[in-house]
Ligand binder design. Structure first.
Ligand code: CTP
Ligand code: MN
Ligand code: MN
Length: 498
C-alpha cells in the first residue's frame, strides 16, 4: 500500500488569534461567509483583528456577535442552527455589517442598536416540521450537548437492555432513534414535531409520547428497576465479560461480582482483573486522567521509537469530559517502523510498574488470504493492547482542596484505569483515526452509508470501491488521499467542529 502524504493530520487547522491581541475580550465576533465570499471575509477579519477585535474563524458557543452582509435574519438563524443543532435566537446578537463598519470606524465595539439587528421572525416553530433530517447518523451533526437528553437517555436505556438480550437489531434501532433526537435544534414539545423524522419506530415513538405527556416512561422505569437489567449491567460491567457469559451467570442465579467470588466461578485472566479492579474500572475516567496517561504513553513510545506519534482517540477525542477508558492510536511517519512496536511499549511500561493487566494482539491485516478486504467480524486487525494502567495519584489528581477523592483505594496512591493502545501503519492512519474516534453508532452508520449509498467498503484500514471487486487489493493512491481527507472532513462536520 502506498503511504499517505507525510503530513500530520490534526483536527482543526484554523489559525487561532492570540488572546493577547484582543482589546475587547467580552466581544467575540463571527463573520458569516454566506453571500459575502471568502476574500471579503478574510479582509474584514484582518481589519477587525488589526483593531484589536477578537474574530473567530469558527462558529462556537463563545461567539457574542454574528455579523453578516446581505442576509436576512431568518437566513442567518437557519444557517447557525444547522451548524450547532441548537436554538441560537437568544444567545447572541445577529447583526448587519453596519455594526461592524461603525465599530471599525470607532476603533471599538459600538453599542448594538435596533437598526443593526437583523429581524428574525418570531414564528420559530414553523420550521420544525420542515427540518431536513438526513437518514444516516454520519450525515448529521450530533452534538454532545443537545436539547433532548430526557428522551435520548430513555431510548439509550432501551438500547442497552436490547443489547443484553443479544438483540443487536433492536438495540441499534433505539440508538438510531436517540441519535435523530440529538440532532434536533430544539427541545421536542409535541409528537407532531416528529412526523417527518427518520428512524423513529413505533416503540420509540410510544416511549417518547409517554415522556412528553407524563414526564417519564413507565416501561423504561420498570425496566431500569428490574433485577435482570441491574444484574446484566453489573455483570457486563466486569472487564472481559460479554453479554453471553453474563446471561449464563444470571440464569445460574448470580447477580454481581461478589457472587462470582463467593461461588468460585472459573474466570479467565482478563475477568480476574475485571473483578479485582471492578469498582475502580466502573468509576468514570476524567479528561485530566486521560491526559496524564497520554503523557506517560507518549514518553514510553518516544523512548522505544523516537519520532513515533500518538493521538488520543475514542470519546475524549470527541470532546467528552468522562469516559470508561482511554484510547490511543500510535504510528510512525516512516512506514514499517511501527511493526512490532507494541511489545516494546509494554516492556517499557511494565519495567516501570505501570501496568496491572495487558493483552496484546498482533497485527493480522496481511495474514489472511482475504486481506485487505473487510474483516469478517468488523473488528480491525491492528496490533493492539487492551490494558489496565496503574495510574499514580499525584497532587493533580486530588481535589482542589488537596483532599483525595474518597473511594475503595483511598489508602493506596494509585488507581486502575482501562487503556486501549492501537498501532497503525502511517498509510492507514487516517482510516484508523476515523475508526477509533467513534462513536460506535457513527462508525456503523458511516460504513453503512459508504456501502449502500457510495458502493464502497470502509474499514479502519482502508476504503475500497466495492464495484471494482477485482481491484480490491489495490487502492488508487489518489483515492486513498482523497478519501482520507474526505472522511476526516465528514467526521469533523459530524462533531460540529467545522
Ligand atoms: N473500537 C474498535 N474495535 C474494538 C474496540 C473499539 O474499533 N475492539 C472502536 C470503536 O468503534 C469506537 C472506538 O474504538 O469507535 C472507541 O471505543 P470505546 O473506547 O469502546 O468507546 P468510546 O466511544 O471511547 O466511549 P468511552 O468514553 O465510554 O470509552
Ligand atoms: Mn473509549
Ligand atoms: Mn476503548
Amino acid at each position: 500500500m502506498i503511504p499517505l502524504k507525510r503530513r500530520k493530520v490534526t483536527l482543526s487547522e484554523t489559525v487561532e488569534q492570540p488572546k493577547q491581541t484582543c482589546k475587547f475580550p467580552h466581544v467575540c465576533v463571527f463573520i458569516l461567509e454566506r453571500k459575502m465570499g471568502s476574500s471579503r471575509r478574510a479582509f474584514l477579519t484582518r481589519l477587525g483583528r488589526s483593531k484589536g477585535f477578537l474574530i473567530t474563524d469558527t462558529y462556537s458557543l463563545s461567539v457574542t456577535h454574528v455579523v453578516s452582509e446581505n442576509n436576512s435574519g431568518d437566513e442567518v438563524q437557519t444557517w447557525l442552527e444547522h451548524q450547532t443543532a441548537r436554538d441560537v435566537s437568544s444567545s447572541e446578537h445577529l447583526l448587519d455589517i453596519t455594526w461592524f463598519t461603525e465599530s471599525m470606524e470607532a476603533r471599538q465595539p459600538v453599542p448594538v442598536e435596533d437598526r443593526h439587528r437583523l429581524k428574525v421572525s418570531t414564528k420559530q416553530n414553523v420550521n420544525v416540521n420542515t427540518i431536513q433530517m438526513k437518514s444516516y447518523a454520519c450525515q448529521r451533526r450530533t452534538p454532545l450537548k443537545h436539547h433532548n437528553s430526557h428522551l435520548t437517555d430513555a431510548l439509550e436505556l432501551l438500547a442497552e437492555n436490547a443489547g443484553y438480550s443479544e438483540n443487536e437489531g433492536r438495540s441499534v434501532a433505539f440508538r438510531r432513534a436517540a441519535s435523530v433526537l440529538k440532532a434536533l435544534p430544539h427541545r421536542v414539545q409535541t409528537m407532531d414535531e416528529l412526523k417527518c423524522l427518520p428512524c423513529l419506530g413505533d416503540h420509540s415513538q410510544r416511549v417518547i409520547k409517554e415522556i412528553l405527556e407524563d414526564g417519564t416512561s413507565r416501561e423504561v422505569e420498570s425496566m431500569r428497576q428490574s433485577e435482570q437489567f441491574q444484574a446484566m449491567k453489573a455483570l457486563t460491567g466486569i472487564f472481559g465479560v460479554g453479554v453471553r457469559t453474563a446471561d449464563r451467570w444470571f440464569r445460574e442465579g448470580l447477580r454481581c461480582p461478589s457472587d462470582l467470588i463467593r461461588t468460585g466461578q472459573q474466570l479467565n485472566r482478563e475477568q480476574q482483573a475485571g473483578v479485582q479492579y471492578y469498582d475502580e474500572l466502573n468509576k468514570p475516567v476524567t479528561k485530566h486522567e486521560a491526559d496524564l496517561i497520554g503523557h506517560i504513553v507518549k514518553e514510553g513510545v518516544g523512548a522505544v521509537l523516537p519520532g513515533a506519534e500518538i493521538q488520543l482517540m475514542g470519546g475524549f477525542r470527541r470532546g467528552k469530559e468522562l469516559g470508561h477508558d482511554v484510547d490511543f492510536l500510535i504510528t510512525h511517519p516512516e512506514e514499517g517502523k511501527e511493526e512490532e512496536l507494541m511489545p516494546k511499549i509494554i516492556s517499557w511500561l511494565e519495567e516501570r510498574d505501570l501496568l496491572l493487566y495487558q493483552k496484546t494482539t498482533r497485527n493480522s491485516y496481511l495474514e489472511k488470504k482475504d486481506a485487505p478486504g473487510r474483516p469478517p467480524n468488523n473488528m480491525d486487525r491492528f496490533e493492539r493492547c487492551f490494558s489496565i494502567f496503574k495510574l499514580q495519584r499525584h497532587a493533580e489528581t486530588t481535589g482542589s482542596d488537596g483532599v483525595k477523592p474518597s473511594d475503595q483505594s483511598e489508602a493506596s496512591n494509585w488507581r486502575a484505569v482501562r487503556v486501549d493502545l492501537v498501532v497503525s501503519p502511517y498509510s492507514q492512519f487516517a482510516f484508523a483515526t476515523l475508526g477509533w474516534t467513534g462513536s460506535k453508532l457513527f462508525e456503523r452508520e458511516l460504513r453503512r452509508w459508504a456501502g449502500q449509498e457510495k458502493h464502497m467498503s470502509l474499514s479502519s484500514h482502508a476504503l475500497y470501491d466495492s464495484v471494482q471487486v477485482s481491484n480490491r487489493n489495490t487502492q488508487h493512491p489518489l483515492l486513498i488521499l482523497y478519501n482520507c481527507t474526505f472522511m476526516l472532513f465528514i467526521h469533523e462536520k459530524h462533531l460540529g467542529l467545522i
